[in-house]
Design a protein around this ligand. Structure first.
Ligand SMILES: NCc1[nH]cc(CCC(=O)O)c1CC(=O)O
Length: 333
């Protein structure tokens, strides 16, 4: 990495040249968000000596609307961006210098002036189901069969709901919100027979053993960006942007680009169940699976496409457009 004399960017120069005031990092306050922020800072300390040596880091916890609204489906309260709006504002206002997000909670089109500077190596992107005491032990060949007939499953995600109901139309889905720990509690106490969670969040919280079933991404297609942590900066902070891009994971960028391009091309409404999952092979070929569905699971459309990593955005857009063309009109409203 080239040496940097002083971080002569808006982030660094806010208190004049030569001073080394801390860089302020914006984060939500949930245990998962804080873990991800500290994980990112530990990577910066190990792999970005310029920032580590020049700056200390101050954590700024920012409460978002997504943290406050607990009783409605994300799709019904504005969907994407709900976990990020206040954080984007803090970045644009200069209250923080960069921010750490779960990529899947970030809208595909960021506000003007904000860029995704860095993506971290992807954690396992699969969805998991946490099983309550009314469920038996899952069978390897047909794991979902252990959920009792007609049981209530907690999820706030229409993507998860549609794919589960497609496989098990007898089940009922109701909204469960709150952080991982809250949701586990509600399954344990019997409010729900079972609940979906991302295995990535469980692993990061040291709760992987709580995952009764881990769903193959071909069975339940994950959300675009699931398992990836992304860091935003002000677009004009070019030097900070460069320093952070230097530590980003190339594979995460390629798969996230394909998945988010698919999502962008489908951007009919945030009420639409949409799945996107890409993998990068050692041969440099990206394989992307996309899914759209009807929320009740009565219709499901899934396609896969592949292409060179350099074309990830085009691949995602083309697959998204194909899904949009082929899906019945009521789905993409
Ligand atoms: N919307 C909440 C959210 N955002 C990111 C994760 C999991 C971690 C990740 O996907 O990186 C979760 C929890 C969940 O879906 O179970």
């Amino acid at each position: 990495m080239r040496p940097v004399r002083s971080l002569d960017t808006p982030a660094a120069s806010r208190h004049g040249r030569g001073q080394t005031l801390p860089l302020r990092v914006g984060t939500r306050g949930s245990p998962l968000a804080l873990w991800q922020t500290r994980h990112f800072l530990s990577i910066v300390s190990r792999f970005c000596p310029v920032l580590r040596d020049a700056k200390a880091f101050d954590e700024h916890v920012i409460s978002t609307e997504g943290d406050r609204v607990q009783d409605r489906r994300l799709a019904d309260i504005g969907g994407k961006g709900l976990f990020a709006k206040e954080i984007h504002e803090a970045l644009l206002d200069g209250q923080v210098d960069f921010a750490v997000h779960s990529l899947k909670d970030l809208e595909t089109e960021l506000p003007p002036g904000i860029v995704l500077a860095c993506l971290l190596r992807r954690e396992d992107p699969r969805d998991a189901i946490v099983l309550g005491p009314v469920c038996g032990a899952p069978d390897r060949r047909d794991p979902l069969a252990c959920i009792p007939h007609g049981a209530l499953v907690g999820t706030a995600s229409v993507r998860r709901q549609s794919q589960l109901l497609h496989l098990r139309p007898d089940l009922r889905c109701e909204i469960i919100r709150g952080n991982i720990q809250t949701r586990l509690g509600r399954v344990r106490n019997g409010d729900f027979a079972a609940s979906f969670l991302a295995i990535a969040g469980l692993k990061r919280m040291g709760l992987e053993r709580e995952a009764g079933i881990v769903l193959d991404p071909e069975t339940v297609v994950p959300a675009a960006g699931q398992g990836i942590v992304g860091v935003t900066v002000r677009a004009r902070d070019t030097e900070l942007h460069e320093l952070l891009s230097a530590i980003e994971d190339r594979e995460a960028r390629v798969v996230a680009t394909a998945e988010r391009a698919l999502l962008g091309a489908l951007d009919g409404s945030c009420r639409t169940p949409i799945g996107a999952h890409a993998r990068l092979g050692t041969d440099g070929v990206v394989r992307l699976t996309g899914l759209v569905a009807r929320a009740d699971g009565s219709y499901l459309l899934r396609h896969t496409a592949e292409g060179p990593a350099a074309d990830a955005a085009r691949l995602g857009r083309a697959l998204g457009e194909r899904l949009r063309r082929e899906a019945p009109a009521d789905i993409l409203t």
